[in-house]
Design a protein around this ligand. Structure first.
Ligand code: GUN
Length: 291
């Protein structure tokens, strides 16, 4: 079998088109321009690329984009002050503080300071709880993007066995909640899981979010399974020339494609969906804040 390649880039482009229409209606009918504030502390190159993409795409769908670039030695107190200011700013409907933060800043303290109604990452305890009990509000961007791709590919997910590899607060745990809500049987595997290949071989759906390049091998995949690769890892690519690099996921895509029914590529799979879902969450919070 040769897997269907799930085109997250195209899916995200279509989603952004629908978001732009929604933004235009909010402006025309309610006089609301959704605004997203993105905060980055320090100069991590990967984070800078993500934040630049977020700001550009926010503006492209017609929303207001507020970018705050702070030096790496910004104190926790100063970052908290900025978050409080953004909480109080009526032009800002969504606040995203790019992770990871420098080590001297307690990320949980910053997350807890974000007003839940503006928490477009769905990181605050209030919003994590809402997802768990099925109340409306923002939903974690990357897991939401994965869910959209899976529903589009498979239709109903009911009764399918989903194995999530990785238990992070950012992806693994919220992904488990969302798949449970869609009536999957969910297994969360992680670095201490025994016989990981055998666990993954039982999966109708694999969500790989471990951050280890090409760790999941082709012969770990059940024939016909849907494979969602959340990993974005930069590895050396001597075949492209000395010192060159390329992006790969957490799955050995070439080998897994021989076995899977459908698979997301890296890049061009889950990545573009994360930003599109961030924009969708900002429209949601803007609509909810303005009643
Ligand atoms: N760093 C990597 N992914 C994300 C994300 O989705 N949100 C935030 N705030 N930081 C990240």
């Amino acid at each position: 079998m040769t897997a269907k390649i799930i085109d997250g880039k195209q899916f995200a482009e279509n989603l952004r088109g629908r978001i732009a229409e929604h933004v235009a209606r909010l402006k025309a009918e309610h006089g609301i321009t959704p605004g997203l504030a993105v905060v980055i502390v320090g100069e991590d190159p990967a984070s800078q690329v993500y934040v630049a993409n977020k700001a550009r795409q926010t503006a492209e769908v017609g929303m207001a984009s507020f970018k705050h670039e702070l030096p790496a030695d910004t104190s926790e107190a100063d970052l908290l002050t900025l978050v409080h200011r953004l909480n109080a700013d009526p032009a800002v409907h969504g606040i995203l503080v790019q992770m990871p933060l420098p080590k001297h800043i307690d990320a949980n303290k910053i997350i807890e300071a974000i007003y839940p109604a503006k928490d477009v990452d769905c990181f605050t305890p209030a919003n994590v709880g809402k997802v768990q009990i099925g109340l409306p509000g923002p939903v974690s961007c990357t897991p939401l993007g994965c869910l959209m791709l899976l529903r589009a590919e498979l239709g109903s997910l009911e009764g399918k066995h989903a194995v999530i590899v990785g238990r992070s607060n950012l992806v693994g745990k919220p992904m488990a909640q969302l798949l449970l809500r869609d009536n999957c049987t969910v297994t969360v595997a992680h670095s201490r899981t025994q016989n990981l290949p055998d666990v993954i071989r039982q999966a109708d759906i694999v969500v790989a979010a471990v951050g280890r390049p090409q760790m999941i091998k082709g012969d770990w995949i059940k024939p016909g399974a849907a494979v969602i690769d959340v990993g974005i890892n930069r590895i050396a690519a001597p075949e492209k020339g000395e010192g060159k690099t390329r992006l790969v996921g957490d799955v050995d895509t070439a080998a897994a494609s021989e076995v899977a029914g459908a698979i997301t590529p890296v890049p061009g799979g889950v990545g573009p969906m994360t930003i599109a879902c961030l924009l969708a969450n900002t429209v949601t919070t803007a609509s909810l804040i303005n009643g």
